[in-house]
Ligand binder design. Structure first.
Ligand SMILES: [Zn+2]
Length: 500
């Protein structure tokens, strides 16, 4: 059998002012044809899983285009047309093939389409006809009817931090193989409660998300149930369907698929009050760091997570730390290509005076005037240590570590969410001996940092990925939806929290 694959992966934050063109894809990954294999074979990623799954089944895999950009603003028409055109052309040229297995994100928005995955799947369906069309998707996917109508199966991650992309890739190929041998007729049940959870409560390592995933896994053990996807969604794509979804795939049993999807829907709705986030005020967290003996305390700058489309050049936490006179910390990271260049020119041991960060917009703090000593410079490349994306190459671009007020500040030239400990190791920093570490990440950092952190604090920082969803001007999301419409809570506490 011959399988064709392709990827367009972008989590679009429509309020970001960083437009996502082809350069943003090139900067992360824009791979053609067989480049996929050298990049992903043996990695713990969805592409690595699709490659391995085909090997296990004895299938030949044909690659078209793999395009992935760091989350940012709306994808340009030119970029989307080029990527989709490349995928479709590759599929046509792969004739004769037996099935299409894609990896998509699920929260992509372009200048032309609010639902780029729906567009991709519907175009692929037109040329694949009745051959299986299957996709793996992110836990942050916002599912739409257009996607469901044009795919045989949609297999989402079960984890956030996303550590099961590889397993889902293998699973997608296994289930496709069963469609091809005639033993599986996928039948989908689909429900979406009116819920729009912020990222922190999508963490699958604790209640309430953990409870939903456990229930889905219990259901997957039932006779006739093939796969269940619990998706938490991504609010800032701001499409009508944004938010939580459940997809139950059975083997030719519509009644069972609908019933189980309905049970998960009702369970989530019952738990809605537990899908609220209460981050810690910055001043309170820093006082706590000042009093603590044991480190490193991991402080999550959740308002400025580039993995959700924020710029990653926010200065709010650094300013507060310097004002407070705290030392012995690490900042991962501040994205500022101009400052990284200045540091490289000064060289190791050189002193630099900078207007650091705060250059993308006015939501993440002002550029901060600092002086620092250059401790190291590098090309910013490393291999992920895992457990997320283990073995995949990561790239922060030209990177400098500066000593600013007794803290190590990692200044990068490319936007990359600092979830992997390779961020520090590649720069010669051992965080185990540090007092605190500031990470610009919402949840992904937990996978690698929990084992080494003395504790973790989610900071109530401003920015594009703040969990204070009521503070954003959403235009397209269906209403009413929880927690934007507080009356859906059935209690009044939320209103006071969101009004602060
Ligand atoms: Zn995600």
């Amino acid at each position: 059998m011959r399988i064709v694959t392709g990827t367009v992966s972008h989590e679009t934050h429509v309020m970001s002012n960083i437009s996502t063109g082809l350069d943003e894809f090139r900067s992360r990954r824009l791979l053609y044809r067989d480049e996929l294999f050298s990049e992903f074979t043996g990695t713990a990623t969805p592409a690595g899983g699709i490659i391995e799954g085909c090997k296990q089944q004895g299938f030949e895999l044909v690659s078209t285009v793999f395009a992935s950009a760091t989350p940012s603003g709306i994808v340009t028409k030119e970029a989307f047309d080029t990527i989709l055109g490349g995928i479709l052309e590759g599929i046509r040229e792969a004739e004769p093939y037996d099935a299409v297995v894609l990896h998509l994100h699920g929260a992509g928005v372009s200048e032309e389409y609010l639902d780029i995955e729906g567009k991709v799947l519907s175009e692929v369906r037109k040329i694949a006809g009745d051959r299986p069309v299957v996709a793996t998707l992110d836990l942050h996917a916002n599912y739409t009817e257009l996607m469901l109508d044009n795919a045989d199966m949609l297999i989402g991650y079960d984890t956030y931090p996303h550590i099961d992309g590889y397993e889902r890739g293998v699973e997608a190929v296994e289930l496709t193989a069963r469609m091809l041998d005639g033993s599986l007729k996928p039948t989908l049940g689909f429900r979406q409660p009116p819920m729009l959870p912020a990222l922190q409560v999508q963490f699958t390592g604790r209640y309430p998300m953990k409870r939903l995933i456990e229930e889905a896994h219990r259901m997957e053990e039932m006779e006739g149930v093939e796969s269940i996807t619990v998706a938490a969604g991504f609010p800032w794509s701001d499409i009508p369907e944004a938010g939580m979804s459940f997809i139950v795939t059975t083997n030719d049993d519509q009644e069972l698929a609908d019933r189980l999807a309905g049970e998960l829907h009702d369970m989530a709705w019952e738990m809605r009050r537990d899908f609220l986030v209460t981050p810690t005020p910055l001043a309170e967290a820093l006082r706590h760091v000042g009093r603590s003996e044991e480190g490193p305390i991991v402080l999550a700058d959740i308002g400025d997570n580039p993995g959700g489309g924020a710029p990653e050049d926010g200065t709010v936490v650094l300013k507060a730390v310097l004002d407070e006179g705290l030392t012995g910390g690490v900042f991962a990271v501040i994205w500022d290509p101009e400052s990284a260049k200045t540091a490289v020119e000064a060289g190791v041991g050189g002193e630099v005076s900078l207007m650091l960060g705060g250059k993308t917009d006015d939501m993440h703090g002002k550029p901060l005037h600092v002086t620092g000593v250059v401790k190291s410079v590098s090309d910013g490349k490393f291999t992920n240590l895992g457990p997320m994306g283990t073995g995949a190459e990561a790239d922060m671009g030209t990177t400098a570590v500066l000593d600013i007020g007794g803290n190590d500040v990692i200044v990068t030239s490319k936007r990359l969410q600092p979830y992997d400990l390779g961020v520090y190791e590649s720069q010669g920093i051992d965080i185990k001996g540090k007092r605190f570490v500031v990470v610009k990440s919402s949840v992904h950092f937990r996978a690698a940092h929990e084992p080494v952190a003395s504790e973790i604090i989610e900071l109530d920082t401003p920015g594009l990925t703040s969990p204070r969803l009521a503070g954003f001007k959403f235009r397209n999301i269906r209403r009413p939806i929880f927690p934007l419409d507080v009356e859906m809570l059935g209690i009044t506490e939320l209103k006071s929290m969101e009004d602060e």
